[in-house]
Design a protein around this ligand. Structure first.
Ligand SMILES: Cc1cc2nc3c(=O)[nH]c(=O)nc-3n(C[C@H](O)[C@H](O)[C@H](O)COP(=O)(O)O)c2cc1C
Length: 318
């Protein structure tokens, strides 16, 4: 079984990748997308988004990191793909699923799902530009407004020479609403000979089992679930029980320490609050704490609340 940490723009940044890959046996993590418009981006853009490039393209605990690109011009995507790989990214991924209005208005992301030929040309140009031993992969949704082109798009990616394909089993119109339509992934997996990574609505190990049973895929990708239950991949691989709230609080404090060391303290309150919106789904205790800390604007106030809650947990659980 392969478990991949999904790209999540504005949520899973380098520090989150570091933390989650340290406590989970992820086989691969994918970066937030790099927006490619009409030029070869400077190296500093890549190093900022993916500091792991200075560590051989690996997280601190050794998990391979793949840069994701989002763009619409084959030649420029190709040049940037080549650069990402030269700088040390473990292959390169193309985003054809982003639903953001800004991105779609400029013809990037999910809007391309209406044009399988364009998807083909982008992936092919990237494939031709990157050494054959480096994976060129793509991530798609099932469609833009409807799902009528899901197979055409998957075939376009395959015929362009992609190494593997991740499928978020919803159209752009479906947004992030349950359910995920895993049965479409089954059809693609049965039709195409490349590995297919199944993605969407995997929140616990039972979901993972069902998803793999329905799709026949042995590769899955975890997004919001990975933020909601921090050791989700470890539980899916059967190496650990789901974290208790006390363990998750401990992890939050560890994350806090790392943010302080990185001097990203201004940005910390928003990030912690955002993480709580995911933790709330898994832990009733997170909801209670969130009510206290959501009004706080400073890191100090939030840290004090987290530390107090952690001490209380330790006192209660011994
Ligand atoms: C806040 C947020 C940001 C995301 N950013 C990206 C992104 O940068 N690239 C991408 O391919 N998908 C992105 N996605 C989609 C996820 O990778 C994933 O496909 C989706 O959340 C479904 O998986 P899940 O049900 O496990 O969350 C994002 C999703 C969310 C909720």
């Amino acid at each position: 079984m392969r478990v991949v940490l999904a790209p999540m723009e504005g949520v899973i940044d380098d520090l989150m990748r570091e933390i989650l890959s340290e406590i989970n046996p992820y086989d691969l993590v994918v970066t937030e997308f790099v927006r490619v418009i009409n030029q070869l981006l400077p190296e500093k853009v890549y190093h900022k988004l993916c500091p792991e490039l200075r560590n051989g393209g690996l997280t601190a605990s050794g998990t391979p990191v793949r840069i994701q690109l989002l763009g619409q011009h084959p030649q420029v995507m190709a040049e940037n793909a080549q650069r990402a790989v030269e700088l040390g990214s473990c292959g390169v991924d193309a985003n054809f699923g982003c639903p953001a209005k800004m991105v779609n208005r400029s013809n990037g992301g999910a809007v391309l799902l209406q044009y399988p030929d364009k998807i083909h040309d982008i992936v092919k140009a990237m494939r031709d530009a990157v050494p054959a031993d480096q994976p060129v992969t793509a991530k798609i949704r099932l469609g833009y407004e409807d799902k009528s082109l899901f197979m055409e798009n998957a075939i376009a990616v395959y015929e362009a020479g992609a190494t593997e394909l991740a499928i978020h089993a919803r159209s752009k119109t479906d947004g992030y609403k349950p359910p995920a339509y895993w049965e479409y992934i089954t059809e693609v997996r049965e039709r195409l000979p490349i590995p297919i990574i199944a993605n969407g609505e995997i929140w616990n190990s039972d979901d993972a089992k069902r998803c793999m049973a329905v799709t026949g895929c042995d590769s899955i990708m975890l997004g919001r679930g990975a933020m909601s239950l921090p050791n989700l991949a470890a539980t899916i691989k059967g190496v650990e029980a789901p974290y208790t709230w006390s363990q998750t609080l401990n992890l939050l404090l560890n994350y806090t320490q790392k943010q302080l060391v990185n001097k990203k303290i201004d940005y910390y309150p928003a990030r912690v609050k955002q993480w709580f919106t995911y933790l709330n789904k898994q832990y009733p205790e997170a909801d209670v704490l969130f009510r206290e800390l959501r009004v706080l604007k400073t890191a100090e106030g939030i840290i004090a609340i987290l530390e107090k809650a952690h001490e209380q947990q330790l006192a209660t659980n011994g």
